[in-house]
Ligand binder design. Structure first.
Ligand SMILES: [Zn+2]
Length: 174
């Protein structure tokens, strides 16, 4: 069916289970989500459309209109990036900047993963060393619990943790 922008959440929900023409082809409407309070002027909602494999490819929302998965991922990445402390952003730029530039924003790893990768690179390059875990004082063991035994959560049992971002940044500038 031809897509007509819904004006209420009830209309959005009525599209569920139907095949709808979207800007990237006919897709199955798989779900509608309400953001805000139903039946009020602040009512905002979104609708997901999935392909034959069941993967969501594009969404429509009353706030942003059509958003492809790549656009949504790029937006999420940028939002997370903006939330990172300035030191962390600087560190990632210094160590991984060239690599990052080669990747489209929607294909980039999670920003916190990038931060860990940047620190590990500095360690590999001999500019930075792992720190003794403050939780277990380097023993790798902490108070016993049923699920994890006595493995320390802070370091995963290795007794070592990645250094603070400020230390890594100082090392990266050397
Ligand atoms: Zn530990």
């Amino acid at each position: 069916m031809t897509f007509t922008a819904p004006t209420t959440y009830a209309e959005a929900k009525a599209l569920m289970g139907t095949d709808v023409e979207t800007p990237i082809g006919t897709l199955h409407c798989s779900g509608a989500g309400l953001h805000g309070v139903a039946g009020t002027p602040t009512e905002k909602f979104s609708i997901n459309f999935h392909n034959a494999k069941g993967n969501v490819e594009i969404s429509w929302s009353s706030r942003d209109g059509w958003v492809t998965l790549a656009e949504a991922k790029a937006k999420r990445w940028t939002t997370e990036w903006d939330k990172l402390p300035a030191q962390a952003r600087k560190l990632i730029d210094l160590v991984l900047g060239e690599v990052l530039k080669a990747y489209p924003v929607d294909k980039r790893s999670d920003v916190n993963k990038l931060l860990r990768i940047a620190k590990r690179r500095l360690i590999k390059a001999g500019k930075l060393t792992l720190k003794t875990c403050g939780r277990c004082a380097g023993s790798g063991k902490y108070s016993y619990c049923q699920m994890h035994g006595d493995t320390c959560f802070g370091c995963g049992g290795t007794g070592k943790v990645l250094p603070a971002t400020s230390d890594a940044l100082r090392a990266a500038k050397k």
